[in-house]
Design a protein around this ligand. Structure first.
Ligand code: AMP
Ligand code: TRP
Length: 345
């Protein structure tokens, strides 16, 4: 049971995916398929840490899966599945609930943001959410985790949990045949590209998010071409023309965001985009941006909608992916039980 390079990542089936999800994470997922064994999960257990309508949840799980496939994730090559179909996630999360310390979780900024002022009313699951995320990754002993910037702190916690487990059970880990005393690897965050933090189209200081009440703040993968063009046209900017170089972004987060999105969508460096559009008014640039965005996002959305017409086929992909995921996670979970000292038959 040697540790092999393996990629794991996931997204929550809460609302529709947006340009931030695609550029911040999924572009790297697609790229890493070429070089790595990859496991991509629809994290439905994470979704219910805040209330989800059961009928909508089921549909959102299928919609995220359809979007994964439409964006270019290949269910034959990579494993695509939903978390609740593989029991190792919940089982390992419980063990990690007993490894992680309250003090570690108390530092998580995402919990503070999501719980808001009325923290007493937040679910226990929302608080323990990062432990489940660590379990997702480590149930496969995954080594690389492509995510957006906002997940950095959770990844650091996963690394701390892996290390504490290895330390706490060091003697048992060696006794069970891992001579170097390392059972869990330290999973590496992969946070790269020109758009690791895509900002709201309405406010350059807030990240683009599914939960923003204004739909104008984000481009959803499922938006049609007219909607995408309208949202870009209405995107907040300032009265100055586009800057000629990156230094000109100082104090202009909206300009930086739109140029970053353009660069990410076209694969061009930000310098090249500024070389082409620096000194021009936003109106011309926005037209060009709307064109590339409708082309890329529109194509993915159309394909996802087509796939959604056959939910039985999506469910079949998830069943197949879950079976393949179980094959990897089950022996790892068995070892965890041995190491911790559980009796199993
Ligand atoms: P979530 O929508 O919270 O399930 O996030 C799924 C993935 O998308 C994670 O890897 C996030 O880091 C990434 N992500 C979400 N919002 C953004 C954003 N505005 N910019 C870049 N990446 C994002
Ligand atoms: N917490 C991540 C998010 O909201 C989703 C997620 C759950 C995840 N488990 C994961 C990402 C494991 C990477 C690896 O974006």
């Amino acid at each position: 049971m040697q540790i092999q390079p393996r990629v794991f990542s996931g997204m929550q089936p809460t609302g529709s995916l947006h340009l931030g999800n695609y550029l911040g994470a999924m572009v790297n997922w697609i790229e890493m398929q070429k070089t790595h064994d990859c496991i991509y999960c629809v994290v439905d257990l994470h979704a219910i840490t805040v209330w989800q309508d059961p009928v909508e949840l089921k549909s959102a799980i299928r919609q995220v899966t359809a979007t994964y496939i439409a964006a270019g994730l290949d269910p034959k090559k990579s494993i695509l599945f939903n978390q609740s179909q593989v029991s190792a996630h919940a089982e390992l999360a419980w063990v990690f609930n007993c490894v992680a310390r309250l003090g570690w979780l108390n530092r998580m900024t995402q919990f503070k943001e999501k719980a808001g002022k009325d923290r007493e009313q937040a679910s226990v699951g929302l608080y323990a959410y990062p432990n489940l995320m660590a379990a997702d990754i480590l149930a496969y002993r995954a080594t690389h985790v492509p995510v957006g910037e906002d997940q950095k702190q959770h990844l650091e916690l996963a690394r701390d949990i892996a290390q504490k487990f290895n330390n706490d059970f060091g003697k048992e880990i060696v006794e069970h045949g891992f001579a170097d005393g390392i059972f869990f690897p330290q999973p590496e965050p992969v946070i790269t590209g020109p758009a690791t933090r895509v900002m709201s189209l309405r406010d350059g200081s807030k990240k683009m998010s599914k939960s923003d009440p204004s739909d104008l703040s984000r481009i959803n993968i499922m938006d049609d071409a007219d909607t995408i063009a309208k949202k870009i046209q209405k995107a907040k900017t300032d009265p100055e023309p586009l800057p000629a170089d990156k230094d000109g972004f100082a104090g202009r987060p909206e300009a930086e965001n739109l140029v970053g999105i353009y660069a990410a969508l076209t694969g061009e460096p930000v310098e090249k985009v500024l070389g082409d559009y620096g000194g021009q008014q936003f109106s011309a640039f926005k037209k060009a941006l709307a064109e590339v965005a409708t082309e890329k996002v529109g194509r993915i959305g159309d394909e996802a909608k087509r796939l959604m017409d056959d939910p039985a086929e999506i469910d079949r992909v998830l069943a197949d992916g879950s079976a393949r995921a179980r094959v990897i996670a089950a022996p790892i979970m068995d070892k965890v039980k041995d190491i911790v000292g559980f009796v199993r038959s």
